[in-house]
Ligand binder design. Structure first.
Ligand code: PEP
Ligand code: MN
Length: 338
């Protein structure tokens, strides 16, 4: 159930409605937009009498929400969510954000060269894995905390924010001092215990679509984080596994407008994992911006062919710089900046 308050509703009226909802046995999540406050009821809402809430002072309209995701759905925040990174940038606003970096942090020279390239290209976010979910246990597993420390130094030297993957609950606490945004990888999209725990932190979470997950499953996974009270979730389309083998994954561009319609959460497109091929990253990045993506996540490396992980899909720094220039034209054509 969603209760939309009148623009003129007072704080006392809003509090009284929240009290009445809680008395009815549901948990209330509040969103305060520029014009209006919207209250979402989560929990046993099936037996609620909508009319009882509709007549309370300050209430404009009460809707029953039929979708299984209450907090991720557009109705709760019709104006859309902008995730702010103070003194850095935002994701979900008019400007399309660029998140770029290596698949994995490898060494100091590598991450500094990359951070400089991200800044020079107008990007605001440095990505890089320090804990790597590799298909083989014998592949490089990441530098761990020393990798995060290097990334923090390189990001701070260039005024960038950091996005890095968290693989398990025990890593949350240790990562907090180093990162600005947690990434939940495709393989962990349905690690519900991890998602629940990330609902308790107050740092943004970039949630990647699972390798074989539907859009609805992605939104339900985001609901695990949102329902804990962490409303700063960013969704990421990173390609799904289909019968097609020409690309590593099939980049589902249509998921971008679908997610933007169903949800208020910002949507990031990852054409690197989406295609698995360096030569396909630029065209899919352009398509994603044209389709309404709020940000791009791109793997780059000064010596891309020698990257310790995901080399085949990693772009060279010069090609990335050229791509961002071209993307500005696309962004402008769809009423955005980049
Ligand atoms: C990554 O971003 O490097 C990564 C491992 O992504 P995904 O979880 O989408 O495979
Ligand atoms: Mn990767």
């Amino acid at each position: 159930m969603i209760v939309a308050m009148q623009e003129s509703a007072t704080e006392e009226q809003i509090d009284a409605v929240i009290d009445a909802m809680e008395e009815a046995g549901v948990h209330v999540h509040r969103t305060t937009g520029e014009m209006q406050t919207i209250l979402a009821a989560v929990g046993p809402t099936a037996g609620l009498d909508l009319a009882k809430f509709e007549v309370l002072p300050g209430v404009l309209k009460v809707h029953r929400i039929s979708s299984p995701y209450k907090l991720a759905g557009r109705a709760w925040r019709p104006q859309g969510t902008v995730v702010e990174f103070p003194n850095r940038a935002a994701i979900g606003g008019q400007k399309v954000a660029v998140i770029a970096g290596p698949c994995a942090v490898e060494d100091r020279a590598q991450i500094f060269a990359i951070a400089e390239a991200v800044k020079a290209a107008g990007g605001a976010f440095l990505r890089g894995g320090a804990f790597k979910p590799r298909s083989s246990p014998y592949s490089f597993q990441g530098l761990g905390i020393p990798g995060l420390a290097l990334m923090r130094e390189a990001a701070d030297a260039n005024g960038l924010a950091i996005v890095s993957e968290v693989m398990e609950i025990a890593q949350i606490e240790v990562m907090l001092p180093y990162i600005d945004c947690f990434q939940v990888g495709a393989r962990n999209m349905q690690n519900f215990n991890l998602l629940r725990e990330l609902g308790q932190v107050r740092k943004p979470v970039l949630l990647k679509r699972g390798i074989a997950a539907t859009v609805e499953e992605l939104l339900l996974s985001s609901e695990y984080i949102l329902s804990g009270g962490n409303y700063e979730v960013i969704l990421c389309e990173r390609g799904i596994r289909t019968y097609e083998t020409a690309t590593r994954n099939t980049m589902d561009i249509s998921a971008i407008p679908v997610l933007k319609k169903l949800s208020h959460l910002p949507v990031v497109a990852d054409p690197s994992h989406g295609t698995g091929r360096r030569d396909m990253v630029a065209p899919m990045a352009k398509a994603a911006v044209a389709a309404g993506a709020d940000a791009l996540l791109i793997e780059i490396h000064p010596n891309a062919d020698k990257a310790v992980s995901d080399a085949a899909q990693t772009m060279y720094l010069e090609d990335f710089a050229k791509l961002t220039t071209e993307l500005r034209v696309i962004a402008q054509a769809v009423g955005r900046t980049l």
